[in-house]
Design a binder for this molecule. Sequence first.
Ligand SMILES: [Zn+2]
Ligand SMILES: [Zn+2]
Length: 387
Amino acid sequence: MTSKRRTGGKSNKNKSARTNGHALATRPSAPPPTPETHTRFARESEELAERYPEDREQLLMEAADAWSDAGEYDRAVTLYERLLDPAGEGCAEPDLVDAFRIGTLWDAGREEEARAASAAFRRRHPRDAGAWNFVAEAFEERDETTTAAECYTAGVTHALGTGAPVTVDTVEADPHHFDVEMLVIGRHRVRRLLGEPHDDWDDVADALHERRASPLLGRVNTLDEMHDPVRLKRLKEEGSALLEDELRGLLDSLPADDRPTPGRLRSVCVLYWPPEEFAQLLKRWPKSADAYGDDHAGHRRQVERTLRELSDEGAPSLAVGHAALTGLTAYAAGDGGSPDSPATRSAYGAELARRGEAADWPPPRNGPCWCGSERKYKKCCGNPALG
Ligand SMILES: [Zn+2]
Ligand SMILES: [Zn+2]
């Protein structure tokens, strides 16, 4: 793990597959960052932290992240330790900072310290669901699946509060419901790998997966199809080769006339509604709030989460398309569908991708964010501390 993404480093495995064969990118290409760029950014952030004490925590976190990107893990660990120092200036999210520190210890190859710090983290029973995800995923990445399952379970328990019922409603009512959802879904994934029987919390994971993905994408695989242990193992070993196989099998099973062009199938385009369009959408179809929520910031975060989850599940090529009400209604009129139906919206997303009007996801960490904010991705939707 070289980034602070709460979903861990697994998603990088499909990087080569994501770029093959499909010209979706509309973003300008930024020069690839070098270790020198990261080092300079780390030093600048440290200096700024001295000058702007009110932003100190955020700036030192960014500096630590940049030191990690530069391969200077020990310097990153030192910064996290400074933030956590009880004699220091205090820290707003100590459990998250500690989780980043643990991830960096693993990256640094300081395995004994990483294990001891993980054990101490678990004994403290923190409530921060994002931090638990980070700690659990580090074990999952190392194939320490039983420990990962324990961490996911403990994370759900402590995030919701010991003894609280775990249901779709309690998860969605939690102020950090995206993070809690990731824990429940991560737990489902490792339990399938361990061959554990499907339990009540796994039913909750299935329902959450279906509820989240369908309004954004139309048809998706069930969580049990995605977490099938044979598939997960092959995915780890074969990567994109397996996904190409699955695609060929799917194409061969269709009558010749219905076969979509491979490019269309290979890429999944998630729709993002920019603020003004989002407001108009809710005005025109108030029921859209059931699928998207009524708060734009939440919608934006949900798009990022969905993309990360799909990436973790092995989707070979991901894109995000900026939806417009006029575009959707025009597409629906041509297509004969209802602009209100998930199937039409999903097809509209595919159409945006086909026309080259969607942007590849993820953007480079130092490139412009996919949401159009003009901030760097790593300082906008790619920053878990802001998400
Ligand atoms: Zn299931
Ligand atoms: Zn953004």
